[in-house]
Design a protein around this ligand. Structure first.
Ligand code: NAD
Length: 460
């Protein structure tokens, strides 16, 4: 069978690339071995956010007396929480499948394998072996959780990855999380809100490496019910006992019913023929340029497998960049669009949530910028106080270049941060100075006004 474009992998990157190219009347096939929607929709972003929302509702109901609403007998019905999560995922997946079909995309269920720069062999779920040919191929095979070679981790039924956590039959009484990154902190927030006793063991001296250090410390302090053990390396796991060693050699142990391994994810570069056809693998990921081209003409790669970012929205943008380049290549041209990792915002959906874009203060200084910073508490927002009270944590920090006042980074902790960080991303992408945030009118009363307040309180 012959196609204009073969897309390998049906996650956010793969399905968006397929949609964009099919909309331009190209004949597109999307190969997926599991479910369309990939990690994000099926076992990542969407199910975890659904669970976190249930945890948020529980916390609100439990703590609502201060706001004049008295609820009694508030309790967690975990099977119902899980059923709601599954309903959200399956309905969104059905919607996605329908819209892909409506868009004229052929979905082929099976395991694909690149056999050349324009050919893919598929072992379908119905047992067929199909050779496909495509003018262009997009690789979007994603990433998988890392299980490090810690003695006692492999094959231990108490040790789960993020996928295993989504299938828990009950809220664990004691949860030990190895790795205080995004996944570790989201699950720590979720289960501590639902009543688990949670310990996070992080090998670095602060949690969430992507965060500005000052903001990460504030987040850590805001997650009051969670015990954080920083600067500690897990040396082994004995059944349900996690043994660790601190930087000074001091030893400790944590007993838990469930142990979550959240030490990062690795690009899926194996099992689909990358090395056999000579695709360049660099730093354990498929090497791509700013247009998402690989070293082999006719093959583009997007999303987690490129090692550029493991965020679904970054995969979306890489998909658009690759699609634009494929369309340009049909006319013998090159696309002007490029993927710019520096302006991709991130969001952490813990309770409270956090988000950021651009450099942290530490990164900006390391890059040699003459840096100034301003930090404003969320308490300046009337809406924030009304909804969260006077002692809830929340803060925005803007990092900017002293002379030009150009915004280099915006980092936020507190309610709605994930929803308004896009505005900061636009400011950074357009290389705007702080004055742009001062003269822009923000709606009142909103939490987003703290960004404007921060810009006004900065030195000219
Ligand atoms: P991560 O890189 O964010 O965090 C891993 C953490 O584990 C780091 O802090 C690291 O220092 C620590 N670590 C590594 N080895 C360790 C060890 N042996 N002992 C103790 N600590 C150790 O990775 P993650 O949390 O697994 O998430 C993977 C990716 O998934 C993220 O990079 C992110 O892109 C994506 N993700 C995003 C979201 C979101 O956008 N909200 C949510 C979940 C996952």
């Amino acid at each position: 069978m012959k196609y204009d474009v073969i897309v390998l992998g049906g996650g956010p990157g793969g399905y968006l690339a397929a949609e964009r190219l099919a909309a331009e009347k190209l004949k597109v096939v999307l190969i997926e071995k599991a479910e369309v929607g990939g990690t994000c929709l099926n076992i990542g972003c969407i199910p975890t956010k659904t669970l976190l929302n249930s945890a948020k509702l529980y916390a609100h109901a439990r703590d609502s007396a201060a706001f004049g609403i008295e609820a009694e007998g508030v309790r967690v019905n975990w099977p119902r929480v899980v059923a709601w999560k599954e309903e959200v995922v399956s309905r969104l997946r059905r919607g996605l499948e329908l819209s892909l079909k409506k868009g004229g995309i052929e979905i082929l269920r099976g395991q694909g394998r690149l056999t050349g720069p324009h050919s893919v062999a598929v072992d379908t779920s119905t047992g067929e072996h199909l050779p496909l040919e495509g003018d262009s191929i997009i690789v979007a095979t994603g990433s998988s959780p890392i299980i490090p070679p810690i003695p006692g981790a492999q094959g231990n039924p108490a040790v789960l990855d993020s996928t295993g956590m989504l299938a828990l039959q009950e809220v664990p009484q004691r949860l030990c999380i190895i790795g205080g990154g995004v996944i570790g902190v989201e699950f720590a927030s979720l289960f501590s809100s639902l009543g688990s006793k949670v310990t996070v063991i992080e090998m670095l001296n602060e949690i969430v490496p992507v965060m500005d250090k000052q903001m990460a410390m504030m987040l850590r302090n805001a997650l009051k019910q969670v015990t954080f053990t920083l600067g500690a390396k897990v040396t082994s796991i004995e059944g349900q006992r996690v043994l660790y060693e601190g930087a000074g050699g001091e030893k400790g142990a944590v007993e838990a019913d469930v142990i979550l391994m959240a030490v990062g994810r690795k690009a899926n570069t194996e099992g689909w023929g990358a090395r056999d056809i000579g695709l360049e693998i660099k730093n354990r990921a498929v090497a791509t340029d700013a247009h998402q081209r690989t070293n082999l003409p006719g093959i583009w790669a997007i999303g987690d497998v490129t090692g550029k970012s493991q965020l679904a929205h970054a995969a979306y943008r890489m998909a658009e960049v690759a699609a634009a380049d494929i369309l340009a290549s049909l006319k013998g041209e090159r696309s002007a669009q490029e993927f710019v990792p520096e302006t991709v915002p991130w969001a952490l959906f813990s309770l409270p949530e956090a988000a950021g874009v651009g450099y942290t203060e530490q990164e900006a200084r390391a890059k040699g910028y003459d840096v100034d910073v301003v930090r404003t508490p969320y308490g300046v927002s009337g809406r924030f106080i009304a909804e969260n009270g006077f002692s809830s944590p929340g803060s925005v920090k803007i990092i900017f270049e002293k002379d030009s006042q150009r915004i280099l980074g915006v980092h936020m902790l507190g309610a709605y941060a994930s929803e308004h960080i896009w505005g900061a991303a636009l400011a950074i992408e357009r290389k705007l100075p702080l004055s742009a945030l001062r003269t822009m009118v923000f709606p009142h009363p909103t939490v987003s006004e703290v960004i404007r307040e921060a810009a006004w309180s900065a030195h000219e």
